[in-house]
Design a protein around this ligand. Structure first.
Ligand code: 5GP
Length: 190
């Protein structure tokens, strides 16, 4: 999606350690107009798939998913991180290794909000090693729901996540695919 690529070229910065910083428009300050257009694009790509629920993960997926979901007229469910008294008992849960924080944490979704009849589209901000998406996919499987596919804003295609998730037979639609990046040379897209 050219709009997102142009924005990354203009406002993104590359940090050491393969981290693309996009906090001025994607995951700290949020450009909701851009999110709406991203939602339109995912809705075009997944048209006719009967998406009944959008699933994302806190925190940075929530803003994107909420705005994008308006193009699907479907509710958003976000997986919560860590143990929560509110959710004790009737939850689907799994573990995820964080790319940015380098530690393992629990994620969970209440069984009330993912049903076997649901057709689920997973949305998230980044796809790097694929751990976050794999965790969300496991929650969908636990629920016995149908996974329609995944939409990510930025796929770092030089990391293994995209190939891994696609090799599982899951459709992944990334709106910007980064081929390579460096603090000196900036970002190159596929
Ligand atoms: P994965 O689980 O695919 O390795 O990483 C996905 C998660 O890590 C995303 O939800 C995102 O929060 C974070 N992440 C991965 N790579 C980057 C990056 O280059 N920049 C930022 N800002 N977050 C990233």
């Amino acid at each position: 999606m050219k709009l997102l690529e142009d924005r990354i070229r203009r406002d993104g910065t590359v940090e050491d350690g393969d981290v693309l910083k996009v906090d001025s428009f994607l995951n700290h300050q949020m450009d909701v107009e851009l999110f709406a257009q991203m939602g339109e694009e995912w809705a075009r790509l997944y048209a006719g798939e009967g998406v009944s629920k959008i699933l994302t993960i806190e925190a940075s997926g929530i803003g994107i998913a909420c705005i994008a979901a308006q193009a699907f007229q479907a509710p958003v469910v976000f997986a919560k991180k860590g143990r929560s008294k509110n959710l004790a008992g009737d939850v689907y849960t799994t573990q995820v290794e964080s790319f940015t924080h380098g530690r393992v944490y629990d994620i969970m979704v209440s069984k009330r909000f993912l049903l076997p009849t649901d057709r689920v589209l997973i949305l998230d901000d980044f796809l790097a090693n694929g751990a976050a998406l794999q965790g969300l996919i496991r929650l969908v499987e636990q629920a016995g729901a149908t996974l329609v596919g995944a939409g990510v804003a930025v796929e770092k295609a030089f990391q293994p996540g995209g190939a891994l998730i696609r090799s599982m037979g899951v459709r992944v639609e990334s709106l910007a695919r980064v081929k390579s990046m460096s603090p000196e040379g900036g970002v190159q897209f596929c």
